[in-house]
Design a protein around this ligand. Structure first.
Ligand SMILES: [Zn+2]
Length: 235
């Protein structure tokens, strides 16, 4: 169940309140709400056959090993959160917003969708199985089905299907760690499965840096690698 959101229009001010925070209405006058935190991109319960977290954002061991091959443009880090989800699983908007792009030049092939939220962040839903039928400029509500999960290369649906979810900065030039921005029981969403995407690479010259799911750096596309450690562990 998604948490209930209470929304109240402040007549004449063009503002709405969410959990005590005043937010402006969008340009067309429709109030789009934003709770304190985003929700999860799936409606049902996690499970092996449903969805679960497969790779955290940031300095993961998988990203370290692929820092040049796959993640070089993102400073060597995994710049989103991966949720395993069988191909065709419905994906819901993590917050109210307005569609910013459909299959734009933002990676995560074969299809992606971007939604701009009132708090300034833009959510990106990637590796989708089909082009979204939503239109740029269209409003979406938190919890509304906006896309369907797929797989990066279009095959291996059984084992590699996942949603790559990013939270981009307002100018789309970088990403931030989604974990602190989303309301979820994170530690239990991996189902306890081992995976190098769920562990963090250690820099022996600064061994406590970037070692928790909550403490991971922002990524700016096109800048230098952040994890080209001189003394990595396990390497
Ligand atoms: Zn990913």
């Amino acid at each position: 169940m998604l948490p209930k959101i209470t929304r109240r229009r402040v007549i004449g001010l063009g503002l709405v309140t969410f959990a005590g925070t005043l937010l402006p209405t969008f340009a067309n006058g429709t109030a789009l709400g934003q709770p304190d935190k985003f929700g999860l991109p799936f409606a049902g319960q996690p499970g092996l056959a449903n969805w679960f977290v497969r790779q955290w954002y940031g300095n993961t061991r998988w990203a370290y090993r692929q820092r040049r091959a796959i993640y070089g443009a993102g400073q060597g880090l995994h710049f989103g959160v991966d949720f395993f989800a069988p191909c065709g699983s419905p994906i819901i908007a993590i917050g109210d917003g307005i569609v910013a792009a459909v299959d734009g030049p933002y990676g995560s092939a074969p299809h992606n969708l971007l939604v701009r939220h009132p708090n300034g962040y833009v959510s990106l839903y990637g590796h989708l199985s089909q082009r979204s039928t939503l239109r740029v400029g269209q409003q979406v509500r938190r919890g509304e089905v906006v896309a369907f999960s797929g797989v990066p290369n279009g095959t291996d649906c059984d084992t590699r299907a996942h949603l790559h979810l990013e939270i981009r900065t307002s100018n789309l030039g970088g990403t931030v760690n989604p974990i602190p921005l989303m309301e979820a029981d994170w530690p239990n969403l991996t189902l306890g499965l081992p995976d190098e995407g769920l562990e963090f690479e250690i820099n022996l010259d600064n061994p406590t840096q970037w070692q928790t799911i909550y403490n991971q750096p922002a990524v700016y596309f096109g800048r230098a690698l952040l994890n080209d450690f001189a003394r990595p562990w396990p390497g």
